[in-house]
Design a protein around this ligand. Sequence first.
Ligand code: C2E
Ligand code: CA
Ligand code: CA
Ligand code: CA
Length: 279
Amino acid sequence: ANKKTRNAIQFYSQELKEASHRRIDLEQALKLAIENDELLLNLQPILNLKTLKIEKAEVLVRWNRPDEGIVMPSEFIAIAEKTGLIVPLGKWVFNKAAEYLKQLERSDIQIKLSINLSPMQVMDSSFFEFIKSTIERQQVDPTLLELEVTESSLINDYNEVFNLLNSARGLGLSVSVDDFGTGYSSLAYLKRLPIDILKIDRSFVQDIATDANDKAIVMAVIAMAHQLKLKVIAEGVETQEQQRFLVDNECDSAQGYLFSRPILFADFVKLISSQWQSS
Ligand code: C2E
Ligand code: CA
Ligand code: CA
Ligand code: CA
């Protein structure tokens, strides 16, 4: 190889080495992150599009590494899934969410919290017992908790998933399908699975103000969901044009930077309190 190619190859393998070091570093540190209390939750408001009030918040995990600052889930959720650490991590998230819900209830704030579940958690047969005992121990209202599952969870082992979602709904929790439209599952599960809500993925919402295909898709999803007695949440709403289109087409709720980014619990409480005082 000439000098230029050789340099390029060296550079490339150097990058690969750094990337794999980073992965190994994260993997090892993540094992201790829970014990060392380095995880935290942000809450992102979800607004009812009729009233424009916050009715719910999605719980999103972050990792605050002492020397590095905030690490985003795009960097560590996949690693947690690969190593199985997602199981204890997911339990930590659920427990913390229940704790926050209790604090909201104590302040007389009735807001639902929705929690992301990875496919591996949905397949974990001990997870339901964990949910149940956590709700009992924390004494929270289960109807204020929602589980977000992705389409890829739904096409896994059907019976396992069905049992978990069905039992959770039996307790009073609701279930939403996250990132709807991005998975490669069939529509058939929509009528068979115990679900309450579809969350339309941000990739469809992004261009609804301008793209005729995205308009058509979003309108069709809303109509279908309503026929199936499901509610619809639009994800990633960033502009007023997008909001207007969603309102005009009777989308139930929306979430996105237009309304608020994911924020700390204390800031969320302030935001909610100011909303309730102004109403
Ligand atoms: P997701 O469940 O689809 O969550 C929504 C993501 O979109 C969040 O990213 C949120 O900050 C971002 N988002 C919200 N509104 C907007 C917007 O208007 N514009 C743009 N560009 N983005 C917006 P985040 O917090 O980085 O989370 C990324 C993903 O990590 C989540 O996607 C979810 O799949 C996963 N995740 C986060 N927390 C958890 C968790 O506790 N457990 C599991 N299993 N996965 C989690
Ligand atoms: Ca989600
Ligand atoms: Ca989503
Ligand atoms: Ca997503």
